[in-house]
Design a binder for this molecule. Structure first.
Ligand code: SF4
Length: 371
């Protein structure tokens, strides 16, 4: 069995560590490129959201490298994601690509359900080995999130452009190589020391922008044109409302680590604008705006793929949230037709607007929301 799974930001590092600890051979798709997108767009349904198309592209490229089994997460609720694994398998079958499919449905009661499912797909490995593998994968994802948050702070204040990114890339390589828990800790410590050595302009007045929206678009830099790096290089500190380790703790571990995730705190802020679950992270997007305003952010960007149902619902109420909370919100919709130049123009205009407000410009006339 040669297992592959789709890319989504730094997820590959954690899942690879977990599967290899369980003795599963992993065939990672190459990093997402235009070729991946072209393949997914060619064979995916036109109105499917971008994650489905990029998953398809990943699987076609991984098949060429010898993968024979797909590992995918399942899901429930109003978003289409829950049946994507099956739809993707059928599309691939029509292309003559026959994959076995393993779908990990999210547990309903506790983390042991998730462990039991993993045990089943890994040839009934002993439970302690499965727990150790899950822990290792989680520690890697958590380490990546921890350093990524620091990177956002340093990138916005570095004096030599690119210095922070060099540390970040080196850290990711070290993290990928780390075999033991101790080596993961070492990779984190090395990155923290290297970041602290970067010459910084701490007096620089930076803008703080929060990014909310659909999880795949938020976490996968190819999909969002590496918006965090782009804004960071403009001197903007960027934080997201979704980090993978928080998502894993909420959805796969069912909140095992108390006070680790901000999910509940963020969703609590959604009413009265959106009082119920609409699938995906729609409610979190709405609550995220108020949450980020309270945290002192200057503006919020919503990222969503074209035709994403939960985020379209959220987008519809964001102008009202922006108005009431007095914080600018920019919604950016991405699909295979999105051009980088157009996106950058809007980001720069948004930053100009936020700088104007930061300097005490007329708030009333400069409040914007929407695309
Ligand atoms: S949340 Fe949106 S983009 Fe993500 S799978 Fe669901 S519909 Fe597609």
């Amino acid at each position: 069995m040669k297992v592959t799974y789709p890319h989504m930001g730094n997820m590959a590092i954690g899942v690879k560590a977990m599967l290899e600890e369980l003795g599963v051979e992993v065939v990672l798709p190459p990093p997402i490129t235009k070729k991946t997108l072209t393949l997914g767009t060619k064979y995916g349904p036109e109105f499917a959201c971008l994650p489905l198309k990029l998953n398809l592209g990943n699987f076609i490229e991984a098949y060429e490298l010898g993968a024979d089994t797909i590992l995918m997460a399942g899901g429930t609720g109003p978003c289409r994601f829950g049946y994507y694994a099956y739809v993707e398998q059928e599309i691939l079958k029509d292309l003559g690509i026959n994959y076995d499919l393993l779908v990990l449905e999210p547990p309903e009661r506790n983390i042991m359900e998730f462990i039991a499912k993993l045990k089943k797909i890994t040839d009934n490995k002993p439970i302690f080995q499965v727990i150790r593998a899950v822990k290792k994968g989680f520690l890697k994802i958590k380490a990546a999130d921890e350093i990524e948050k620091k990177v956002a702070f340093f990138r916005a204040r570095e004096i030599t452009k690119g210095a922070t990114d060099r540390v970040w890339q080196e850290f990711l390589q070290n993290l990928n190589r780390a075999r033991e828990e101790k080596e993961i800790e070492e990779a984190v410590n090395q990155a923290v020391v290297a970041l602290a050595r970067i010459p910084m302009d701490l007096a620089r007045k930076v803008l703080k922008i929060g990014v909310v929206g659909e999880i795949f678009t938020l976490l996968e830099p190819f999909t969002n044109f590496n918006i965090e790096r782009y804004l960071g290089n403009l001197g903007v500190e960027v934080q997201r409302t979704i980090y993978l380790s928080e998502w894993v703790n909420d959805h796969l571990f069912l909140g095992l680590f108390k006070n680790y995730s901000r999910h509940k705190e963020i969703v609590k802020e959604a009413p009265p604008f959106l009082c119920h679950f609409v699938g995906g992270h729609g409610q979190e997007t709405v609550g995220g705006v108020k949450y980020l305003k309270k945290q002192g952010f200057d503006g919020v960007i919503q990222l969503l793929p074209f035709t994403c149902m939960p985020e379209i619902v959220a987008q519809a109420v964001l102008p009202a949230v922006s108005e009431v909370e007095d914080i600018p919100v920019l919604s950016l919709v991405v699909d295979e037709h999105t051009g980088e130049a157009g996106l950058i123009t809007r980001l720069e205009a948004f930053c100009d607007l936020l700088s104007f407000r930061q300097k005490g410009g007329n708030h009333e006339k400069r409040r914007i929301s929407g695309n």
